[in-house]
Unconditional design. Structure first.
Length: 359
């Protein structure tokens, strides 16, 4: 029997992309899917016009002055009332939350209608919105079972499924071959908004590597205001480059790369791991609850990445780390071997089977 599912997510890439991936899966199975998110998340939906979406106003109440916390709390109450109206109108069979403060109102509102709630956590540390919803949720899907702040009394709800990556990336990993081109290709990923510090440091490092006699090409994500100057720098120094703000064909870039330099969002690091692409992890130092550093350490502890923390992200340190690993090919090959032990292939099937038990 076909069901109607409301998916809800915050607007950052680590929340919205897993939600969209799963929406596409359930839609292909014949279910009716709807997304509830904030303005930022809804901008991603322009590429998926076949899906209905609602925009609610919600803000985090953490790390704010007392007065702003009160205003944010009132906005959350208002958005819960918005969510009640949406649920009454749509009459869903399930609410599925993917974290982020915009996912909290409609997830919380599901309780008033005695609707089953499933939530998904992509990070090593449980997100704040999801933590508030543990008591209400029927099932807590997690990408990785190591959840640092997860209350013991709710661990019976946990279902470890892996990262909800695009099917294109999951299927690609099954037939992956090692990258053996003569040139060195480096991919730079700064998260959904790019990373300014990468634009300042990486081009100089790439040029230094070239002057050592290496044939090198660079695929680099950057913020919009840096794009022209970075392109000009690479062209001036005769370095083959592709510079972008956002590219939905990220698999093509990953599969062409020998090494990545990246922020440590859960989805990005999982994509690199799943495609056996060694990466230098540069965690965002002010990420919520330091989740990016925890994500990076998870992969480093299994020998799947290298870490260069932001305070040590200098031209000299990055140059030395890259040279050390491209001069000794065994180091990158060992990382790829470790990555092969650490990915899931049946994430969609596992989630779907568990959802069938709920609705």
């Amino acid at each position: 029997m076909k069901k109607k599912i409301i998916f809800t997510s915050g607007g950052t890439g680590g929340h919205i992309f897993p939600a969209i991936n799963l929406m596409k899966h359930f839609s292909l199975k014949g279910h009716k899917v709807i997304l509830v998110t904030d303005i930022k998340g809804n901008n991603f939906m322009k590429k998926y016009s076949e899906f209905q979406s609602y925009v609610i106003k919600a803000q985090t109440i953490t790390n704010k002055s007392f007065f702003k916390k009160i205003l944010s709390f009132l906005l959350v109450i208002y958005s819960i009332f918005q969510s009640i109206i949406i649920i009454r109108k749509e009459k869903p069979d399930l609410v599925f939350g993917f974290g982020g403060y915009a996912s909290f109102p409609i997830s919380a509102a599901s309780k008033f209608f005695k609707l089953p709630l499933a939530i998904y956590e992509n990070n090593i540390i449980l997100g704040r919105a999801n933590k508030f919803l543990l008591a209400t949720a029927k099932t807590v899907f997690v990408a990785k079972k190591i959840l640092i702040n997860f209350p013991e009394k709710y661990k019976n709800k946990v279902c470890e499924v892996g990262s909800v990556l695009s099917k294109e990336i999951i299927n690609y990993s099954e037939n992956i071959t090692n990258k053996k081109e003569k040139k060195i290709s480096i991919l730079v990923l700064g998260g959904s908004q790019g990373a300014k510090i990468f634009g300042e440091i990486v081009p100089k490092v790439i040029n230094k590597i070239k002057t050592k006699g290496y044939e090198i090409e660079i695929f680099q994500q950057c913020i919009a205001e840096q794009k022209n100057s970075i392109i000009e720098f690479y062209n001036k120094n005769n370095i083959k480059n592709y510079i972008f703000n956002f590219d939905k064909q990220v698999l093509k870039l990953i599969s062409s790369s020998d090494l990545a330099i990246t922020r440590c969002g859960a989805s990005t690091t999982a994509e690199l791991n799943h495609t056996l692409t060694p990466f230098i992890a540069v965690p965002l130092k002010n990420s919520t609850d330091n989740h990016q550093l925890l994500n990076a350490k998870y992969y480093k502890d299994m020998g799947c990445c290298l870490i260069l923390e932001e305070e040590n992200f200098t031209e000299e340190n990055l140059f030395n780390l890259i040279i050390e690993n491209i001069e000794d090919k065994n180091k990158l090959e060992n990382i790829r071997k470790n990555m092969k032990k650490n990915y899931y292939k049946n994430v969609y099937g596992d989630i779907e089977n568990q959802i069938k038990k709920i609705i």
